[in-house]
Write a protein that binds this ligand. Structure first.
Ligand code: MG
Length: 312
């Protein structure tokens, strides 16, 4: 869902991306956005206050809130004539390399085809947690020795099995493992973290700011997504808190257009790992913004979030 905010003849673009499993939809987002009334706010430059009020309108609605947050950041950056990475004093050349996701496939030939399609990218992200995990990794390794990041999406329910798998993955040039076990199994996640030869990153476990503190001691790092955490404002706070707590930081995404990906790119010089391939996975991207250059995120030009609408 695309959202525009306009004041003083300046338009800010925002976006809500809503994977069904998180419970938001066009209906819920429309209902939430209909409650957001910025018309009575004389000066949208007071972004902190405005976003706090928007957050307080109703619980949940994280992606819908992110749409407002991104549009407001875009609007304010354009008003000031600066990109957010400039306003935050970040070096636009220090963007990370992004991974490119290959979905779970039963058929060896499909895995091979996907590895070939991922040729331009330096790091592969592979979803495991099915019954042919080893076969998927071995099939990829027949074709390439590129670093792999594994995302289990809570798929391993037994800690000993999870440890055995991670120990094996460590011998296969795998860099890290995301959310190996269900988020509710905290004690088992702690047990696993203490023994794992690879960094373990919490994703489903870490939604908003209060979850960052809970993740310390349970994971080596966290995966921050704008659509989970209500946008750029809270993502920045989460990054700073994670650093204080000694946690590694990954910046991820849902399936998103170049609008929300460009917003995330503004923050990306601050993180260790990027998984910002959302716009590469869609055919009808209505925006131009952050791109990938030799595997690395190329910071978009222009003020605000740096995304330009190329079709309505
Ligand atoms: Mg994940």
């Amino acid at each position: 869902m695309l959202v525009d905010i306009e004041q003083d003849g300046i338009v800010g673009h925002g976006e809500a991306s809503m994977p069904p499993y998180l419970g938001e939809s066009h209906e819920t987002a429309s209902a939430f956005l209909s409650k957001v009334n910025l018309k009575n706010i004389p000066n949208l430059s007071t972004l902190e206050d405005v976003l706090k009020e928007v957050d307080a309108l109703a619980p949940g609605n994280h992606a819908a809130k992110a749409a407002v947050d991104i549009a407001l950041h875009d609007w304010l950056g354009k008003k000031m004539g600066k990109a957010w990475h400039e306003l935050w004093h970040l070096d636009p050349t220090k963007t990370p390399v992004t991974s490119f996701t290959i979905g779970i496939e039963k058929v060896k030939e499909v895995v091979r085809q996907k590895v070939r399609e991922a040729e331009p990218y330096k790091i592969l992200k592979v979803k495991l947690g099915g019954d042919n995990d080893r076969e998927i990794i071995e099939t990829i390794r027949e074709l390439t020795n590129k670093p792999i990041r594994v995302d289990v999406n809570q798929g391993w329910k037994d800690k000993s099995h999870a440890l055995k798998m991670i120990e094996w993955l460590a011998t296969m040039n795998v860099e890290l493992v995301e959310q190996p076990m269900p988020k509710e199994m905290v004690d088992d996640c702690v047990w696993l973290k203490e023994r794992s030869p690879l960094p373990i990153i919490g994703d489903e476990s870490v939604v908003r700011l209060p979850d960052v503190r809970k993740a310390a001691g349970v994971y080596h790092g966290i995966n921050i997504k704008l659509m989970k955490c209500t946008g750029m404002r809270e993502a920045m706070e989460m990054i700073h808190l994670a650093r204080k707590l000694g946690l590694a930081v990954m910046l991820g995404c849902m399936t998103e257009t170049s609008c929300a990906i460009s917003a995330a790119a503004q923050l990306s010089p601050l993180v260790d790992y990027a998984d910002l391939d959302g716009a590469l996975l869609i055919k009808n991207d209505p925006f131009q913004g952050a791109t990938i250059d030799n595997g690395r995120i190329l910071m978009p030009q222009g003020p605000g979030i740096g995304a330009v609408r190329i079709q309505s």
